[in-house]
Ligand binder design. Structure first.
Ligand code: NAD
Length: 344
């Protein structure tokens, strides 16, 4: 499956190195950390990056395999073979009004026969996100948006994607085992057991470029995390989410989340739960991106445009949620069906 990437940051480093890691294990080797070995018949190792866009001077003009390690990227270097296809990183869209550049990106996507564009830029660039979305749709290439900047949430892009039969997957991925998932599950458990939530908070910190950026653009992320929690529990008014309490450089690409949940049980007696989660932030993203890009590719090969419902459980702000709880059940079934399909 031919993938193009916009933004050669930590997420893409984790994704590309991880694919190499699993290739080294061989077809029958173990796949630790892979939720769906097959999706629509596609394996993790069936993915090749055929085009890569960035703007940083220390990344453009270099092969992808080198740019993955250029500062400020700080995902660990895995002992994995380099990608078989190793495209040069080329300048992407800097100015969302630059129509010539948008056409140029669309041309590269067509020439490289990309099937899916992974949008993985810093959060807080909604106009740039829209411009990449337009370029991909012009080229007939599916898009996966792993940021909270709206793309699938834009009615105009969604209408175009549906009309052209191009999948548009977004917005914002739900990390593999991230703080929203863990926090949401704890709150859902409380609800299921009939305890009354008094209040709950979640504070995240980390030392990668994404955390540095969230210091100034945390609001979109915060709203997106709240939407993610609403997929699991109805009452989020008593929940506080602080997506980035600060940049802690020695953590590198690790993320630490502290969660504290307070509730009342029988006879109004207090219950309190404190949890600390520590994860490799970008592995946590790549473990889900690998599923989203395969869902997008399979939908495109089948001519199914617009939002693929199977992507819902993997996103923080999926575009199709009228009744989030009901939608979740249908979507999980769609994902399970794709995962049960055999390799062609
Ligand atoms: P990052 O900051 O490491 O990488 C972003 C890359 O985009 C950098 O290489 C930067 O030079 C490049 N870039 C900036 N402007 C560009 C442009 N106009 N065109 C092309 N490239 C451009 O970020 P990351 O950790 O890889 O995360 C990417 C996105 O995914 C962020 O928005 C983040 O919030 C989101 N996300 C991350 C996680 C996670 O667990 N790490 C989870 C969900 C979502």
């Amino acid at each position: 499956m031919k993938l193009a990437v916009a933004g050669v940051g930590n997420n893409v480093s984790a994704l590309v190195q991880g694919i190499g890691y699993y290739r080294r294990s061989g077809a029958d080797g173990p796949l630790p950390g892979v939720t769906h070995p097959l999706l629509g018949g596609l394996r993790v190792t069936d993915i090749e990056v055929v085009a890569a866009f960035d703007l940083a001077d220390n990344k453009t003009g270099r092969p992808l395999s080198e740019a993955l390690f250029a500062a400020p990227n700080n995902y660990p270097e895995l002992d994995a073979p380099p990608p078989a296809e190793d495209p040069e990183v080329v300048p992407g869209i800097a100015d969302p009004e630059d129509e010539a550049r948008i056409d140029q990106v669309a041309k590269i996507l067509r020439e490289q026969e990309a099937e899916v564009l992974l949008y993985s830029l810093p959060t807080g660039l909604p106009e740039v996100a829209r411009a990449y979305g337009r370029a991909a749709l012009a080229a007939g290439v599916a898009v996966v948006n792993c940021t909270p900047d709206p793309m699938a949430g834009l009615p105009e892009l969604r209408a175009e994607a549906e009309a052209k039969g191009v999948p548009l997957v977004g917005d914002d991925l739900q990390s593999h085992f991230g703080s929203s998932i863990v926090h949401g599950s704890l709150l859902a458990l409380l609800e299921e057991r009939g305890l009354t939530l008094s209040g709950s908070y979640q504070v995240n910190m980390g030392g990668n470029a994404d955390f540095e950026n969230l210091r100034t653009h945390g609001e979109g992320k915060q709203a997106s995390k709240h939407r993610a929690l609403r997929q699991k529990v109805r009452r989020t008014d008593a929940v506080t989410v602080i997506p980035s309490a600060g940049f802690v450089s020695h953590l590198g690409d690790r993320k630490v989340a502290h969660m504290s949940v307070e509730a009342r049980g029988w006879a109004d007696m207090p219950v309190r739960l404190d949890v600390t989660l520590q994860v490799q932030d970008s592995s946590n993203a790549a473990g889900v991106i690998i599923d989203l890009v395969r869902i997008a590719a399979v939908a495109r090969r089948r001519g199914e445009g617009g939002f693929p419902v199977a992507a819902t459980p993997l996103l923080k702000s999926p575009t199709l949620v009228e009744d989030p709880l009901l939608q979740g059940r249908h979507a999980r079934e769609a994902l399970a069906e794709l995962s049960a399909e055999k390799d062609g």
